[in-house]
Design a protein around this ligand. Structure first.
Ligand code: NDP
Ligand code: OXD
Length: 317
């Protein structure tokens, strides 16, 4: 069995070692883009590959995967695959949790509690030795609304629910989940937003969800709402968010993802104290968990069985 590996963000050694442990019979070929062109031996390797493991593929490597039995995306979000071009006819399989759910739940719980318990304000006070008690917010005024109730959104919801926050969520298809007020589709978006005090975005980036965090939609939130975006930078209309924070409509935001990553040094978000920035680390891809999942799925495909996590090309996620 031959496997093609490509990632501009990772050194391949750890991935190859994990593959060697669970799939010792596989030969792994690494595709490296040399200043935009494939390495000289990469094209034949791609032609003979049975499976491809790709993260943020270049157009060249994606186009070279025409003959594979499946393409495994080394992450949950597949927007970068579609950005690189039309995926080959092979199924595109995304990571299904693989240890990311718990990280996402930790990140969102931290950002939510930091804001709700006013730790950000206490931190500012402490910097100038101020000792002032701030009136606590009431949990009943703090409905958390989650955009996207999929694999990761559900785990975020479960974590937030433990603290007793009123919870609502918005998805494409209608859900029925105990303890969550569920909304679905464009027709119910405004109703969802109007009762959300802390908005958490865990949506995939698709043609339908791009720019969803824009002036129009953010203005539907109650005055003083807070935003946590752990999905993609392309969901945010960045000038709109900045203007709404400056006007007080949005009290602040914790942002893990940006249109341009790394966030450029001159970007105005860096200067806005009400925005907390992290470098796309909310839920990292874990090598061992990811390879275990991928190898199990390769086994299922080889046995002719169906697998979960196949991307629906018409929906884009
Ligand atoms: P899933 O595919 O499991 O869930 C996506 C959810 O979004 C589903 O509930 C889906 O609705 C909903 N959705 C999609 N399109 C629409 C739409 N047009 N209108 C309303 N709801 C919609 O994805 P995951 O939970 O696994 O991952 C979500 C995203 O998180 C990834 O795509 C990625 O961008 C991001 N991510 C970020 C990371 C980070 O470190 N910052 C790490 C990992 C992922 P339905 O249930 O009806 O299909
Ligand atoms: C992902 C990511 O989509 O890490 O998995 O952003």
């Amino acid at each position: 069995m031959r496997i093609l590996f490509y990632s501009p963000d990772d050194e391949p050694e750890a991935w190859i070692a994990a593959l060697a442990k669970l799939l010792p019979e596989a030969r792994v070929d690494i595709w490296r883009d040399g200043e935009g062109t494939p390495a000289p031996d990469a094209q034949p390797a791609a032609q003979h590959a049975d499976y491809a493991l790709l993260w943020r593929p270049s157009a060249a490597v994606l186009a070279a995967c025409r003959g594979v039995k499946a393409i495994f995306n080394l992450g949950a979000g597949v927007d970068a695959v579609f950005k690189a071009g039309v995926p080959p006819p092979a199924p595109l399989v995304r990571l299904d949790d693989a240890g990311m759910g718990v990280q996402m739940a930790e990140y969102v719980s931290y950002a939510l509690l930091r804001y709700f318990r006013r730790f950000d304000e206490y931190q500012l006070q402490a910097a100038s030795q101020q000792w002032h008690f701030l009136e606590p917010y009431r949990k009943s005024d703090f409905t958390v609304g989650i955009l996207g109730l999929g694999v990761l959104g559900l785990q975020v919801a479960a974590a937030v629910r433990q603290f007793g926050f009123p919870l609502r969520a918005w998805s494409r298809s209608k859900k029925d989940v105990a303890g969550i007020e569920c909304f679905a589709g464009t027709a119910e978006l405004d109703a969802f937003l109007s009762g959300t005090r802390v908005l958490v975005c865990v949506l995939p980036l698709t043609a339908e969800t791009a720019n969803i965090l824009n002036r129009r939609n953010l203005s539907r939130l109650p005055h003083g709402a807070y935003l946590i975006n752990v999905a993609r930078g392309g969901h945010v209309a960045e000038p709109d968010l900045l203007a709404l924070i400056r006007s007080g409509q949005i009290a602040g935001a914790t942002l893990d993802v940006f249109r341009n990553e790394p966030l450029p040094a001159q970007h105005p978000f860096w200067q806005e104290p009400r925005i907390t920035i992290t470098p796309h680390m909310a839920a990292q891809t874990l090598v061992d968990e990811s390879i275990a999942q991928i190898v199990a799925k390769i086994g299922a495909i080889e046995r002719g069985e169906s697998i979960a996590g196949i991307v629906d090309y018409t929906k884009g996620y």
